[in-house]
Write a protein that binds this ligand. Structure first.
Ligand SMILES: [Zn+2]
Length: 119
């Protein structure tokens, strides 16, 4: 915040990682038949699990799709934070998240200390 110099962006690599992750998740969803991918984004808030008459197999796919959608939403939020310059900051304590942690899991929102705390 005190430094707005236009040097190289330190989060560029993370954005690439996140975009890669987003593509991978979207592809997995598409393979499950829950694509919803469009030029304007992903409709991961569709109420696809609304029916109680889904078959067990379909239910399993929906559970998996739900997890993928959650991951995708996290990746999208991380990309938003890259865009507004808050990426890499813990959402709970406000400290910087370690680069090693971000590289292992680019969509994380908390530092390792906060992640180990009970919610
Ligand atoms: Zn923290």
């Amino acid at each position: 915040m005190a430094n707005d110099a236009q040097t190289e962006a330190p989060v560029a690599d993370y954005r690439a990682l996140l975009e890669q992750e987003r593509g991978s998740l979207a592809r997995q969803l598409a393979e499950l038949g829950f694509g919803g991918v469009s030029d304007t984004g992903l409709s991961y808030d569709a109420n696809f699990a609304d029916s109680s008459q889904v078959t067990a197999e379909r239910g399993e796919a929906e559970t998996l799709a739900g997890e993928l959608r959650n991951s995708l939403a996290e990746v999208e939020r991380a990309l938003e934070r890259v865009a507004d310059g808050t990426y890499g900051t813990c959402l709970r304590c406000g400290k910087a998240i370690s680069p090693a942690r971000l590289e292992a899991k680019p969509a994380v929102t908390t530092c390792i200390e906060c992640a180990s705390l009970p919610r």
